[in-house]
Each structure stands twice: as C-alpha cells, then as structure tokens.
Design a protein. Structure first.
Length: 141
C-alpha cells in the first residue's frame, strides 16, 4: 500500500490529521466498507488515550469521502496525556477496521512545552511559512 498518515500539533489546542491513500488501496477500502449515499466509505477518526496500561476511546469524529485534512480540538482533559490517532472504517459483516494508526503521541502539559513535541520537519515548515518575500515560495502546513 502506498500512502501516509500524519498527525501534527500546530497549536496547544488543535491537532491536524492528514492522510493519503493510493487508488488501489482506496478501491479495496470502498469495495469492502459500508458506504454512504455517494458511494464513499464511512470513515472516522478515533482518538484513544492511555489510561494505566489500557488504551481507552476519548473521541470519534466522522470524516467524509476523500476529504483528507481534519482539525481536531484537543480538550484540556488531554493535556499531558499520551494519545493515538486512528483513521478507521466500517466493514460490512466484520465491524470496524483500522486503516492507519499513529504512534503514541505525548501531548504537552502547557503551551510552553509545545515546542518540545513538534517534529523537526514541522518546525521547518513553520519557518518556511514565516518567510514573506515575493521571491520565496510558501508552504502550507
């Protein structure tokens, strides 16, 4: 399968989730998943948090069709927690299936600690976005 699944913390209270799936895997998902009235698979993002030694569900967000950029609010109750983010679908006759699952993400306790959790490539993108010269290209993060 070709594709990717990324989760970024652009701010203390927001999580950006983004994914891409190649056509072959997308068609496999569509052929097996419960679909909506437009023929797109039913997809949702699930956030689970580590509680002791168990992962427990915190929130679930329905996502639609091939839209692959979503912003999730990180509630105060998650600050300082370890979470995982999953893109999931419903398979007819089988139940839920994970398409992508993030690694464990340690959320900062306070905004001052956010810079310590941002991966280097995200910091580089933010630095490029700060460039405001006409001859420089800007990237969106």
């Amino acid at each position: 399968m070709n594709g990717y699944f990324t989760v970024h913390l652009p701010s203390f209270s927001l999580m950006h989730v983004h994914w891409a799936v190649d056509n072959e895997y997308w068609n496999f998902i569509v052929s097996n998943a419960v679909t909506d009235v437009y023929g797109d698979p039913v997809l949702f993002i699930r956030v689970v948090k580590l509680h002791g030694n168990q992962w427990i569900q915190d929130q679930q967000i329905d996502v639609f069709g091939r839209n692959n950029h979503w912003i999730i609010s990180v509630g105060d109750h998650l600050h300082g927690c370890t979470v995982k983010v999953m893109l999931m679908t419903a398979i007819e006759g089988k139940g839920e299936e994970i398409i992508f699952e993030s690694d464990a993400i340690g959320l900062p306790i306070s905004p001052e600690n956010l810079k310590d959790t941002i991966p280097t490539f995200t910091r580089e993108i933010h630095a490029l976005n700060a460039i405001d010269l006409a001859d420089k290209k800007r990237l969106s993060s």
